[in-house]
Design a protein around this ligand. Structure first.
Ligand code: ZN
Ligand code: ZN
Length: 370
């Protein structure tokens, strides 16, 4: 079968011929890969900045944002059956820390976790994959057009769950309302796939949503954001104090821009008792000038929280699948529009390289291969 592999030694991608994986134990599931999304992580891998082949191997099958169809199941599998749509999660635990031993690989203490398509485990850019039932998430057939977004959705679910959990733990008015965000205001910085999926989750929970980016108001990402009911803010034309006056008492900020100069200054807009989650990773590591005293004073005097979030727990994948299904009923056209490019896998070079300004999510398709 075909597989798209990275050889880190010479930073090259190839379509390789690999043996087809087989079900080897009763709790395994085999998926035919239908499509796999591409994100910044894949592009960094292609540039040689990350991506570790399994121990003893020279190359790594890339890809971690997958959608597949069940083609075979082991005898003890109950979650899915042949013909179902499903996705496999990405991270696998280190087996040696209290987080991983409690199924929270996303909070691994040792850093010795493995990640399919990224670190020490082959990924999903191949015709067939086999893994344990414990790592599978069943997907409703109606979600076929956008279910390849399940992985980024799980990441956003965790970030927003973290914000709500923190607020509920420390604020009586939040504690009473559960995950209901009606009457709350949230700002999203960066309207790429993560930012737009965040907008979907915030809107499903009833929040008033503001989205900041640096593209024209009538371009694709702000247009989709507005269809979700969000208010777009062009970061090139708006200063934070004006925004703060317009949007008094901002409860939550979710950062998905990866721009440190902006991201630290955004704290200026956060309201009293507000919570701020960072999900982006900066492309550059230059110094940022901030007034540390003012920053500390703001955080302390306003009881603010700033926190980082990566990856997702199994229950975030389930929440993501549920929310994608719900969002599909309300904004199916918006969700489908998030996938701006679908190319057959032989066109991987084009998909890995293109960064059209209106690009949101590029996907390689495996359906119809072989
Ligand atoms: Zn990704
Ligand atoms: Zn661990």
């Amino acid at each position: 079968m075909k597989a798209l592999t990275l050889t880190p030694a010479d930073k090259s991608l190839h379509i390789e011929d690999r043996p087809e994986p087989k079900i080897e134990s009763p709790n395994q599931v085999m998926l035919k890969v239908l499509e796999v999304g591409i994100c910044g992580t894949d592009r960094e891998e292609a540039e040689g900045q990350r991506g570790t082949p399994p121990p003893g191997k020279q190359s790594l099958v890339i890809g971690h944002e997958m959608l597949g169809e069940v083609v075979a199941v082991g005898e003890s599998v109950t979650k899915v059956k042949k013909g179902d749509l499903a996705v496999f999660s990405v991270r696998r635990g280190c087996n040696a820390c209290p987080a991983c031993n409690n199924n929270r690989f996303d909070m691994c203490y040792t850093g010795n976790y493995r990640e399919r398509g990224i670190k020490d485990e082959d990924g999903y850019q191949q015709q067939f994959v086999v893994d344990e039932e414990a790592y599978i998430i069943p997907i409703n057939q109606d979600m076929r057009p956008f279910a390849v977004l399940s992985e980024p959705m799980s990441v956003v679910e965790k970030a927003i769950d973290l914000l709500i959990t923190l607020q509920r733990a420390r604020l009586p008015d939040w504690e009473q309302k559960g995950t209901d965000l009606s009457g709350r205001k949230a700002l999203i910085a960066g309207l790429g796939p993560i930012g737009l999926l965040a907008a979907i989750i915030f809107r499903l929970r009833g929040a008033e949503v503001y989205g900041m980016d640096v593209v024209d108001d009538n371009s694709l990402r702000p247009t989709l954001f507005k269809k979700l009911g969000g208010t777009y803010i062009d970061g090139r034309k708006t200063d934070l104090s004006t925004f703060q006056k317009k949007c008094s008492r901002l409860d939550l900020i979710l950062e998905a821009a990866g721009v440190p100069t902006l991201d630290f200054h955004l704290l200026e807009a956060l309201g009293i008792n507000g919570a701020y989650v960072l999900t982006g990773v900066a492309a550059d590591h230059k110094s940022v000038t901030i007034d540390g005293g003012t920053l500390m004073e703001r955080l302390v005097m306003n009881n603010q929280v700033m926190v980082g979030s990566v990856n997702a727990a199994p229950y975030h994948w389930d929440m993501g699948a549920k929310d994608l299904e719900e969002a599909g009923k309300r904004w199916g056209d918006v969700l489908s529009s998030l996938i701006t490019q679908r190319l057959p896998v032989d066109h991987y070079k084009e998909a890995m390289e293109s960064h059209a300004s209106d690009e949101i999510k590029s996907v390689l398709t495996w359906d119809g291969q072989g």
